[in-house]
Write a protein that binds this ligand. Structure first.
Ligand SMILES: Cc1cc2nc3c(=O)[nH]c(=O)nc-3n(C[C@H](O)[C@H](O)[C@H](O)COP(=O)(O)OP(=O)(O)OC[C@H]3O[C@@H](n4cnc5c(N)ncnc54)[C@H](O)[C@@H]3O)c2cc1C
Length: 431
């Protein structure tokens, strides 16, 4: 039987790794965290953008992010969570339309009235589905075409898939898109979308978790990527990182599975194990952030269907969070091998700014105050049909756990999901 003096290593200090370490602390362990980056937070990490500490990638919370609320409550941060009524838009054929509300959909005359009604019925249906097993077997694009017809799908959804998943678009599971639509659909009060944010963004949560972990004997190694993991016969593994080599009784990795594959290869593990890890594919994200002197729109989120730009949508963070400047995120998702990923940050910033000016022709070049582009190689897993069958084992070796955001399929990657999943893992496997 394991005792609390067991040495536990957690690899990756995104929301999942930190939540796991926190839960281990609650159980009396003193976990040791290895993080490759020079900061905590993973996809939810922040940086200094022209004097403003903000997330490298846009983040919002929904009214049903229960695991997130529970954690905030426990660590005394619930009061920092704010809510705002938000609006959506749709940029199509050089026009900006309102989108997302009952009226905006009903008045969108670029598709037939029957498509509009079917769009709303589909959104409603997403809220009532409980058993998603049938959706698991069909593709999202097939499902949406069935509901909206080819033309409706073409106008309302095609570009969103094309500019997120490219050649993988037709593989995405209907269960995955259902869970995304449901999450946002349920984040409404009296039919109006309400989204949440932490006063100082995700940094607030990350800093607090860091404090609790360190105060209770946890150790955090930054800029210390794990290079090899060699399982031990009686459980746990030898971890070799950039500046440490040590045995641990239990190891939990939370880093994207494609990176585990690389580490397992470098560790000389058997091909039969590595094979099951190689099936996981992930899309990269190059996310441009712009600071402007004027608003672009009144929307938090604007979907885009415009073949001049390979951009599925823009996120106007300053229409959600109280920030002292106008901040817009423009994500470019693409497979790493796509030629667009080789484009320089300057080229992507230019395309993003051109797109913003197309959406709001009143903006001029002098309105662009500052810009930058952050990249995350494993930002969006390609969630195909019957995805659970493609997942590698959660515990491939005794007390060596390999998990990441794909393990909570059909839910999309999310802070709340990573927190909830990570804490449950500890509750299940650690005394
Ligand atoms: C563009 C974008 C927008 C998003 N928007 C939202 C949103 O609005 N709301 C929401 O809830 N979620 C959103 N998310 C998702 C959310 O950020 C993730 O679900 C969450 O951060 C995942 O946390 P994680 O800990 O599971 O994984 P990650 O954040 O990926 O953390 C993994 C960590 O492992 C580290 N690592 C990698 N290799 C090694 C190694 N060899 N050794 C040690 N460490 C290593 C990485 O540096 C990283 O810190 C968004 C993500 C992106 C990219």
């Amino acid at each position: 039987m394991r005792v609390k003096s067991d040495k536990v290593a957690v690899i990756g200090a995104g929301p999942m790794g930190l939540a796991i370490a926190y839960e281990l602390i609650l159980k009396g362990y003193k976990p040791e965290i290895f993080e490759a980056d020079n900061r905590l937070g993973g996809m939810a990490a922040s940086f200094n953008f022209d004097g403003l500490e903000i997330e490298r990638y846009y983040h919002f919370h929904c009214l049903n992010d229960y695991a997130f609320f529970d954690l905030l409550d426990e660590i005394g941060l619930k009061k920092e969570l704010k809510w705002k009524k938000t609006q959506m838009g749709f940029f199509y054929q050089k026009n900006l339309y309102k989108w997302g509300s009952l009226n905006s959909v009903l008045f969108f005359n670029k598709v037939s009235i029957s498509t509009r009604i079917r769009y709303l019925l589909h959104a409603l249906r997403c809220l009532t589905i409980k058993d998603w097993s049938k959706l698991d077997k069909i593709s999202a694009t097939e499902w949406l075409k069935k509901w909206l017809g080819i033309k409706g799908y073409h106008i309302l959804w095609e570009k969103l898939f094309e500019y997120k998943f490219y050649n993988f678009s037709s593989k995405i599971s209907a269960a995955w898109i259902w869970s995304r639509i449901k999450r946002l659909g349920k984040s409404r009060r009296k039919l109006v979308e309400n989204l949440g944010y932490l006063n100082n963004g995700s940094l607030e949560l990350i800093n607090k978790l860091e404090k609790i972990i360190k105060k209770n004997g946890g150790i955090i190694h930054l800029s210390n990527p794990v290079l090899c993991i060699n399982p031990l016969k009686n459980g746990g593994a030898i971890i070799k990182s950039v500046n440490k080599k040590e045995n641990y009784d239990s190891v939990i990795t939370t880093i994207p599975i494609p990176l585990v594959t690389k580490i397992f290869k470098a560790s000389g593990l058997d091909d039969s194990i590595i094979e099951s890890y190689e099936k996981t594919i992930s899309i990269a994200c190059a996310c441009v952030i712009l600071k402007t002197s004027k608003k672009v729109t009144d929307n938090f989120w604007t979907n885009i269907n415009d073949s001049r730009f390979s951009i599925p949508g823009i996120v106007e963070m300053s229409n959600l969070r109280e920030l002292n400047s106008h901040i817009i995120y423009v994500p470019f998702y693409m497979p790493e091998e796509h030629p667009n990923y080789l484009k320089s940050n300057e080229d992507l910033i230019k395309e993003a700014w051109d797109c913003i000016k197309a959406i709001n022709p009143y903006l001029e070049d002098k309105d662009l105050i500052s810009s930058c582009c952050n990249r995350y190689r494993y930002a969006q897993p390609v969630i195909s049909t019957e995805y659970k069958k493609t997942l590698p084992p959660k515990e491939p070796f005794k007390r060596l756990y390999t998990v990441d955001t794909t393990f909570y399929y059909p839910e999309d990657r999310g802070i709340s999901e990573s927190i909830g999943f990570g804490r449950d893992l500890v509750r299940q496997y650690f005394e």
